[in-house]
Write a protein that binds this ligand. Sequence first.
Ligand code: UDP
Ligand code: MG
Length: 338
Amino acid sequence: MPADEAKRPVLSVVVPCFDEQEVLPEFHRRLASAMNGIGLDWDVLYVNDGSRDRTLLVIQDLAAQDPRIGWLNLSRNFGKEAALTAGLDHALGSGGVVVIDADLQDPPEVIPNLVAAWGEGIDMAYARRRRREGDGPMKRLTATLFYRLISRVGHRVEIPEDSGDFRLISRRALDALLELREHHRFMKGLFAWVGFSSRAVLYDRAPRAAGSTKWNYWSLWNFAIEGITGFSVLPLKISTYVGLLVAFGALIFGLQLIARTLLFGNPIPGYPSIMAVVLFLGGVQLITLGVIGEYLGRIANESKRRPLYVVERFAPAVSAAPTPRHANGPGAAFRESA
Ligand code: UDP
Ligand code: MG
């Protein structure tokens, strides 16, 4: 065991934070009391994802009081998926990593249950909400529909319903997860892709403690497209079959026109039917092009091979060693040990 290794905590907690100044002190208090109860060495890594408020200052303030706090400041807002990945890349936990939201919707009190599952050898202990407190009926309905859909189209990966990113990932599952460097990161899908043993731990999801969610219906819609295109090519296949179906319909229509002309002579000039057919075909073609475009755009983005995030500063927890496993990214040069 290298000298550093001895200083590594068993569990690291990774918390992506974007405009969370109001809840962070309360969050850390509850997190610390839950983690202390477990009785293992732990640290926490707060990832400031380009917050526009005083989140970074609040984190630095907390870190000054608690040596188990490390922080990572991204150069701008990269989005939750990238922030989470940045945190996972820099997390030191030798046994595993806990992923949790800062807004207290994922109650830290559930972590001991996740740890218990991990203690029994489960690689991916994910928290599953019993009910969605604080979400309207519309959001609940769309969420259910989305998970139904994704479980049907997803290619051989089972994405559990009613679970978010809140989970405990064993070190070996995390190392496998970190191999997936794609830009379009549908985290729930990536967690599922890794495989290994998994178990759901039930809990009651609380409404947000403070601040507001950054999700609206447009972003949820994009999230759904991300999930589907990331894990299935079914939409492309559907385009093929819709095309075939329409072509077949057109053939029947043409035959019927010929038959009518032969039987009843000169047909009435069919302006409305021509318009209907032309518009319908135009619509089908545009939709199909759109579907192809979604995939093409993703290929374009992936082919640029840009880093997933840029680190402005990294301050690992004082009680832990300063060498993360994935010391990549342009920000590596700016790393500082607090
Ligand atoms: N978050 C982030 N970057 C973003 C948006 C959100 O790091 O661009 C963090 C946020 O601070 C919180 C977590 O991701 O800790 C979940 O965000 P939010 O509560 O807005 O999402 P929801 O709970 O509604 O899914
Ligand atoms: Mg939330």
